[in-house]
Design a protein around this ligand. Structure first.
Ligand code: NZQ
Ligand code: ZN
Length: 383
């Protein structure tokens, strides 16, 4: 097991009817900004519940944060924070609203060009406004981590940052908020959480039996609940979904293990250039990455096949291939496409992604063996 440091200060408030308790968790006397997206919270009653929780509190609103939140929108929020002298941020919505809120929290206190937060991955952050959230979409795990991903329209870029100062003080997870989610967002959430676990698992073993079993538990849970999540409005499966998505990326599965975030890095470019939903991009890249890195990943993939998919026949290569096929089958079973062709994207279209990785000089993969030429090969396998 590799050395690690684990810190997660997020207070999780989980369950039915928890949203109106939100005021209890926001420090008294602070001027609050309530941030939300395109209006789903007004249609499903979440907004009204939050307002009940904020009764008697001093707050202003900022709405219109889009999926794959834009840097340009965040800058507008920061202006309002300065004129209104805001002291606490409350995000209500999916991962996009929360990611924007985290960026805004840091950028409002940042000296210099806020884009610098993203080009340096967050390392220069010295201060941030405190924040909390009500999460309404199980997917990103943003409610229990200190990461955020921001897109810039002007340059078609999508970049992540992380910093412990943007951990939410609290996250309210009421599974009933998910009843209003369209099937497409449920499917996206299942795939995003599934891939988060695998980016921390499908590498090579450094003897982490507990973390492996924890990862496999989250994966198996997602597979088991997926049919009910998609087809029913059933509290138990939605509750498991919400907790599984948070646990998939709350920093516990990666303790002491070797990670590979190549799927996300290439996926972000597919979203930035072609507008694929985040999870759609992952479902295209991950199978191709596994195929490309088969020799390097096959031990863990075979373990995945045995323990998660219960495949006990055949040798290691057979089992590793079965893990790949089963994962693709799982994506298809919830109507998630796995090919660039499904989005009418051609090899010529993807050249700008390869050029971008070359320009950045990115080196990825658990063995640091993936740079622009390998990205080109992986993208070919995605077609
Ligand atoms: O804007 P509104 O009207 O609220 O509608 C949203 C949006 O259109 C809607 N929605 C959310 N909750 C709903 C709902 N509709 C009905 N009922 C509800 N309860 O769903 C749409 C998508 O929302 P969005 O927040 O964009 O989805 P998601 O939570 O999947 O977030 C995606 C973003 O998170 C980033 C992605 O890159 C992407 O930008 N990620 C963040 C991570 C993190 N912070 O750790 C890790 C992930 O890997 C990911 O990169
Ligand atoms: Zn993701």
């Amino acid at each position: 097991m590799n050395n690690f440091e684990f810190y997660n200060p997020v207070r999780i408030v989980f369950g039915k009817k928890t949203i109106p308790t939100v005021g209890k968790f926001i420090p008294k006397g602070k001027k609050i900004m309530l941030l939300y997206g395109g209006g789903s919270i007004k249609k499903n009653g979440v907004y009204d519940q939050v307002l009940r929780g904020l009764k008697g509190r001093n707050f202003v609103e900022f709405s219109g944060i889009e999926p794959n939140p834009l840097y340009e929108t965040c800058l507008r929020a920061i202006e309002k924070i300065k004129t209104e002298k805001i002291e606490f941020l409350l995000s209500v919505g999916g991962g996009s609203v929360l990611d924007a809120t985290k960026f805004i929290a840091a950028a409002a206190c940042y000296e210099g060009d806020p884009w610098g937060i993203l080009t340096t991955g967050g390392i220069r952050i010295k201060k941030a406004l405190p924040l909390g959230d009500v999460i309404t979409l199980p997917a990103t795990g943003s409610e229990m981590n200190c990461g955020s991903v921001i897109s810039r329209k002007e340059t078609q870029e999508k970049l992540p940052f992380s910093h412990p100062l943007v951990y939410p003080l609290f996250s309210i997870l009421d599974p009933e908020t998910t009843y209003s989610l369209p099937k497409k967002q449920l499917r996206n959430g299942l795939v995003d959480a599934f891939v988060h676990v695998l980016e921390q698992y499908a590498t090579y073993s450094v003897n982490t039996p507990l973390q492996d079993r924890q990862a496999e538990a989250v994966l198996r849970t997602l597979i088991d609940i997926a049919p009910d999540v998609i087809q029913k409005q059933d509290y138990d499966s939605r509750a498991s979904f919400m907790w599984a998505a948070a646990c998939a990326l709350n920093g516990s599965l990666c303790c002491g293990v070797v990670e590979d975030w190549t799927t996300h890095s290439i996926g972000h470019e597919l979203t930035a250039f072609f507008g694929l939903d985040h999870a759609e991009s992952l479902a295209v890249v991950m199978p191709a990455l596994w195929q490309h890195q088969f020799e390097n990943k096959k031990d863990k993939l075979a373990q995945l096949a045995r323990r998660v998919w219960h495949i006990t026949s055949g040798d290691r290569d057979f089992q590793a291939r079965a893990a790949l096929e089963k994962s693709v089958e799982f994506f298809h079973s919830i109507d998630m496409p796995t090919r660039l062709g499904d989005y009418k994207i051609t090899q010529a279209d993807t050249q700008k992604i390869v050029d971008r990785f070359a320009k950045r000089g990115s080196i990825m993969g658990e063995r640091q063996n993936i740079s622009a030429p390998q990205v080109e090969e992986i993208l070919k396998l995605c077609l």
